[in-house]
Every structure is written in structure tokens, then in C-alpha cells.
Design a protein around this ligand. Sequence first.
Ligand code: URP
Ligand code: ZN
Ligand code: ZN
Length: 469
Amino acid sequence: MSTEFDLVIRGGRIATAADIFDADIGISGGVITALGRALRSGREEIDASGKLILPGGVDAHCHFDQPSSDGSVMADDFDSGPRSAAFGGTTTVIPFACQQKGQSLRAAIEDYHARAEGKSVIDYAFHLIVTDPTPQVLGQELPALIREGYTSFKVYTTYDDLKLNDRQIIEVLALAKREGALTMIHAENSDAIAWLTEALEQAGQTAPRFHADARPAIAEREATHRAISLAEIVDVPMLVVHVSGGEAMEQIAAARAKGLRVFAETCPQYILLTAADLDLEGFEGAKHICSPPPRDTASQESVWRGLANGTFQVFSSDHAPFAYDSKTGKKLCGDGASFAHVPNGIPGVETRLPLLFSEGVGQRRISLNQFVALTATNPARLYGLYPRKGTIAVGTDADLAIWDVDRVVTVSNDMLHHNVDYTPYEDRQVTGWPETVLSRGEVVIAGGALHAAKGRGRFLECGPPDMGI
Ligand code: URP
Ligand code: ZN
Ligand code: ZN
């Protein structure tokens, strides 16, 4: 038996959600087998002196190749999306497998496996989106799928083709309680949005910036409060996704203060964009149409506080990649179309980590340990992938990002690897970038280039959510 490691990463500083320490990392068979000083040799070695080594990011909210009933087509599939994620230091993605109404969940999951087959360069799991919770789905399909490693699912309170009513949400929550799964909720009041949208359109107020008026923070607050109440009635944990600001956060913080296990996620757009970004020249504001919409600078400050004080456990991209200059993307209905007909969502799978690192750790709004917890460890725990993913320890997958913390980068769409024709963060300067990225001990990204084969990523069965965070 060889006494050499397959790979040794020497001289780096390692940060986890709990610690910061200097150590070499010995890797064999894709797994970390030793952490220590002056480790014996490896067949290959990486010099990480002066670098920071973090667990590869876990992006627990992204959309790839997700068809929609409006005919829009996502620009990223399971090739370009995960590749772009890897260039940004992420080594695990958890996109959604969305059930079409009338479709069985089993058929939906098979469809998404076919879409992903042979494409992803990094490991991936799936959340389900439950849009049609029939007795068959709740009684048989979902319990079986949970046991097969699909232990989290999203439900919507808005969008006609996706939303559930309160009774249906209760039924899904009750199933999650029985089976030990985690329900994620998109919380916005659908009827209020429909009424506001109609009033705005009747008044001729259809430009992209009116999207923010049609989906106000109150509509998010109300649905967040209602969803938390439903979870309290059922007595089950729940996670509120893409929270945009203080109004919804107050509901979440109050629930947590009462001892309810309500978890929350936020995203780059809520710390870096505002509703003013929807008010650009011509139709350009459509680039920033997502739901909930970005709010104002006070909301940004609230979200930063929530990232620092534990209101948020997860920081995801909500990468929803619609090209701007495309008849199947943002301009689906033309570039004079009402905001109500613009596909919702913005890209961000590659910029998620550098943006939070630079603005959060660099500006001392959050600690380095919090950064790791929010972007890797907590999502791995909540979605049943820990400790295999989301940390650096002996026995875990060698999913690592080696950061140059001093590298100054001006973000531009040209340098990104998604298939979208814009980034909301064009010209933004960040300090710190992941320069070498490894997945199960294999170098995937180095020197600004891809070094691994399309399709090497493996599907991950998720275990039970770890709600003890
Ligand atoms: O606008 C957004 N967030 N689009 C993506 C779909 C979703 O609701 O997460
Ligand atoms: Zn959503
Ligand atoms: Zn989303």
C-alpha cells in the first residue's frame, strides 16, 4: 500500500464554520484523509502558502434548465450552470426539480435526472417543487422520494402555475413532519400581487420598475407570517427562501424568539440591489426583475444585520438565468411588455461567494466563520449533505476552494461562465476570488480555466435534514 497521498495541499490557512487554523490537507480517494503540519508527500502537491482554503460552496437555491408554462427558456442547463458555479468557488449545487401541475412527482424527478445526465462538472442534489399535492403525491410518491434522497421541497404561495392554497400547504407541512423532510416556502401574497398588478396595468404603469410596486414588502410580510403560522399549527420546521428585507425578517425573528424552528435564506440581490435597479434606461430594468424584488438601502442594512445575528442560516444565489436580449428570456413578450410578462429571476451562481466575501468578510459585516456557515456548512446540514459536504475535516469529500483573498476583480459579464448575456453586478469591484477549486480531490478550476470533464459530477442522495443549527 502506498504511503503517499494522492494530493497534498500545503501551507494554506483553513477556515470552517467553527475554526481558522493552518494545516496541510492530505487527500486520497477523493476524501480528506489527514489534516496536519508537515504531512508526508503526495503524488501531486499544491502550494497554498498565503492562501485561504474554504469548503467548496453549497448553493442550495438555483434553477437550471427549468421549463416554464410561459414558454421562457433558461439560458443555463446542467452543463453551463454548475460550471459557472465552480468558477465561483461552489462545489455542490441543489437545483429544483419542478412538478408541472398534473404531472407525477416521479415523472418530474425522472425528467430532471435526464436533463442533468452526463452534464454537471460538480456534484448535485435536487429539491422538489410540489405544485400538485394530490392524495397520490402526498400518500405515496413523496414519502417514497424522501426515502430515496429528496428530503426537501419548495412550495409557492404565488404564481398561478405553481401556487398552493393554505390547506394544501398544511398538507405538505404535515407530510414533511411525518417523514422528517424540510419544506421551503416562497412567501408572497398572490391575490394582493394580482390586484396591484391589475391596478398598475390599468393606469398604464407597466415599465419594469413597477414590478417592485406590484410586489411590496407587505405582501411578503403577510405571506411569511401566514406560512410561519401554518408551520406552527402543524408543529414542524420550515425554511423561508429568498427573504428580501426587514418586514419579513421581523416575522422570522419573532418566530425564532418564540422557539419555533423557522429557518431563512437570503441572496446577493437583497444586499446589493435596490428597486432603483429596476428603473434603468428603456427596458434594461427588466434585467433585475426577480421576486421578491430588491427593496431599498434600509432593507439591505436589515439583511446584513440578519446575516450577522443569525436570522439567516443560508445565503444562496437563486440563480434563475434568463437572458436579457432574447425572445425566450426577459424579452419574451417584447421589450415594451408589461413587467407582469417578464420572466422572474436573475443570474448569480458564479458571483455569490465573491460578492459576500468581499462585502461581508472584507467590510467586516460578518466573520469568516459566518461566511463559511452561511454559504456551505448550514445548507449542507439543513439539506442532509453534512458532513460529506460543507466542511473541511478528515473523512469529508475533498471539495475545496483555495482563495486569493487579495485579488481585486472588477466583475464583468465577459469573465463569467454562465450563458446569460448580463450580470446584475457589472463593474462592481470585489476583493477576494477563489482561484483553485477541487471537487472530491480533483482540480476542477485552476488558473482561470476548467480542468475537469463535463459530467463528472455525481448525483447526491440527501439524508435527513439536520435542523439543529
Ligand atoms: O424571481 C425569482 N426568484 N425567480 C426564481 C424562481 C423563484 O421563485 O425562486
Ligand atoms: Zn421562489
Ligand atoms: Zn428560486
